[in-house]
Design a protein around this ligand. Sequence first.
Ligand code: ATP
Length: 209
Amino acid sequence: MKLGIFGGTFNPIHLGHLRSAQEVSERLGLERVIFVPSFIPPHKELAHGVPGKQRLEAVRLAIRDNPIFELSAFEVEAGVTSYSIRTIEHMRREHQTTPYFILGQDAFNEITSWYEAPRLFSLAHFVIMTRPGAPRKPLEAVLGDLSEPFAPTDRGFRNAGGCEIMYLEVTALDISSSLIRSLCREGRSIRYLVPPAVEDYIAREGIYR
Ligand code: ATP
């Protein structure tokens, strides 16, 4: 099975996440994309301390009409600092496949700070989506001293084990969770930036006010 894993804080999920995941899944022919909200994000302060339960529920509402999108509570239920390598290993075991790990260019540019970063590239393909404001840097500039050689391909790189690092251009939507949070805080509308069901849920629960 061609499986995508889309990790993130999803605080909250927005149309930038959804549209880019949709485009990636179509482009790569993914049969499933699993959204995995993190428990405690290791690299950022979790703004507003929104509990995993609420971030999960918003994702559930956002993806419920898309047959190939799925939600996993793996990281939230683990209840410990979320490391993507653990999630990738879990999905490999569960689905017996090398997954496609989907992330934005901004996140990829910071990947060497991730737990066990060098080993990540032998466990999953990495799909790097363009994102407004995030420059694409040469691979050596991001990874530094490469622990293993990557050979160029038409869409990125491939290592000796066959795992790819690929760059995909997606429709540029300059939407971020920070933007959603600050609009809510200021009492302004988030309509057309998140799905209607997510907008309703955030309003109903009074999140980010
Ligand atoms: P925040 O504003 O709180 O930093 P965010 O909008 O970046 O949040 P995350 O949940 O941290 O949202 O993002 C999860 C993943 O989705 C990351 O890999 C990020 O790069 C990617 N992503 C988020 N928004 C976009 C977007 N508009 N276009 C492309 N990729 C995106």
